[in-house]
Design a binder for this molecule. Structure first.
Ligand code: ATP
Ligand code: PH2
Length: 166
């Protein structure tokens, strides 16, 4: 099943946190790397006053069940010292499951697609670069969603790149 994973960091060595997440996510069986987006510097959305984020999206092929995928996302966040202090607050690493195939779920522990993905340029801009034909289940094409979104807070960092997993 095709899965779309969003990465974000606005604390510490941000690009190293993102690259570390890519390496760690694929360090165990069940997940195969397909593509990584370019890296974007983005203005924080929501939460307290905080520094700019680096955001990127990774596309993968998964043989894991969605719950195991979420567990892996959480363990990678925890490995990077993520503290869950404040909603939408600063973090060394955020790993969100944006879509898992075409699954739909309203379970608060794992809502699919991610309930705020459709309104987040910091997710949709990198996703569209990683997969120009991307579709957000239940919401339509990512390109069409982006046409209605303000993308001014999302800036390409041509000097940064995510390598495929080590
Ligand atoms: N699609 C999903 N991806 C990741 N976490 C999810 C998803 N759906 C529900 N959750 C749950 O949301 C909880 C909070 O996640 P997290 O701390 O990453 O939120 P946040 O990054 O501050 O805000 P947001 O959810 O708006 O990105 C997690 O414990 C997780 O179980
Ligand atoms: N620019 C940006 N803003 C955010 C981000 C993020 O990754 N990038 N993540 C959030 C909670 O998931 C809240 N706000």
């Amino acid at each position: 099943m095709r899965v779309v994973i969003a990465l974000g960091s606005n604390l510490g060595r941000r690009i190293e946190n993102l690259q570390g997440a890519v390496d760690a996510l694929f360090d165990a069986p069940g997940l195969t790397f397909v593509a990584a987006s370019p890296v974007y510097e983005t203005e924080p959305v929501g939460g307290p006053t905080q520094g700019a984020y680096l955001n990127a999206v990774v596309v993968a092929e998964s043989m894991l069940d969605p719950r195991a995928l979420l567990d892996r996302a959480h363990s990678v966040e925890n490995a990077f010292g993520r503290e869950r202090a404040e909603r939408w607050g600063p973090r060394t690493l955020d790993v969100d499951l944006i879509a898992v195939g075409t699954l739909m779920s309203d379970d608060p522990e794992l809502t699919l697609p991610h309930p705020r993905a459709h309104e987040r340029a910091f997710v949709l801009v990198p996703w569209a670069q990683a997969d120009p034909s991307a579709v957000l289940p239940g919401r339509g094409s990512v390109a069409a969603l982006l046409a209605d979104l303000d993308q001014s807070g999302v800036r390409l960092r041509t000097d940064l790149v995510l390598e495929p997993p080590a």
